[in-house]
Write a protein that binds this ligand. Structure first.
Ligand SMILES: O=P(O)(O)OC[C@H]1O[C@H](OP(=O)(O)OP(=O)(O)O)[C@H](O)[C@@H]1O
Ligand code: HPA
Ligand SMILES: [Mg+2]
Length: 177
């Protein structure tokens, strides 16, 4: 029995995740033909999605990592988004695709978009595996969206509860939360 089985139930299984990621990869491949694409992977949650998505984009691309944190281990945002790791190169003139695991209240992406736009990139678009519209506190347009989910706290495939469960291989829900 896997370590998480008594705590985590399945919401979106691996096959469904990978099928949707293949579709998003194909769409991004079409849209960025002839452009130099930079994926901005938002640490830590987006890493699993970002790496699977990158494998499904049939274009040369650059990877950058940007760390932000606002949940501090709990199930509610602190409302204060902090950069924990910055990208390694100037973003001016680049075509940026920001990769997120989830847009929940939208506060993190709102902060990131404002921060990145101030660096004068050529373009900025957003890819998010999940969207939880019932909790939105600010409007974020998602250019490439995996799944819309209900108001449940999800874990797995990069998403954590108190830093745990990121390595659960599917999107799950905490039993009894
Ligand atoms: O739309 P919001 O309400 O802002 O929530 C979404 C953000 O919250 C999570 O990050 P978290 O701060 O937990 O850091 P982590 O990715 O390191 O877990 C998640 O990975 C998103 O970045
Ligand atoms: O539902 C969630 N699960 C894990 N981390 C999160 N960060 C925002 N929403 C969530
Ligand atoms: Mg988190």
């Amino acid at each position: 029995m896997a370590f998480y089985e008594k705590d985590v139930g399945t919401l979106i299984d691996e096959a469904k995740l990978q099928a949707r990621i293949r579709e998003l990869g194909a769409e991004i491949t079409r849209d960025y033909q002839g452009k130099e694409l930079t994926l901005v992977c938002v640490l830590k949650g987006s890493t699993f999605f970002a790496m699977d998505l990158a494998r499904n984009i049939d274009l040369p691309l650059t990877l950058e990592f940007l760390g932000v944190s606002s949940y501090q281990g709990g199930t509610e945002t602190t409302g204060e988004v902090r950069i924990t790791t910055d990208v390694s190169k100037p973003m001016a003139g680049k075509h940026l695709l920001v990769i997120e695991d989830i847009i929940d209240t939208g506060l993190t992406m709102g902060f990131l978009l404002e921060n990145l736009r101030a660096r004068h990139p050529a373009s900025v678009k957003v890819a998010s595996l999940l969207e939880k519209p019932s909790r939105a506190r600010t409007k974020v347009d998602i250019d490439y969206k995996g799944f819309v989910i209900d108001d449940v706290f999800v874990v797995g495939y990069g998403l954590d509860y108190a830093e745990k469960y990121r390595n659960v291989p599917f999107i799950g829900v905490m039993k009894g939360k």
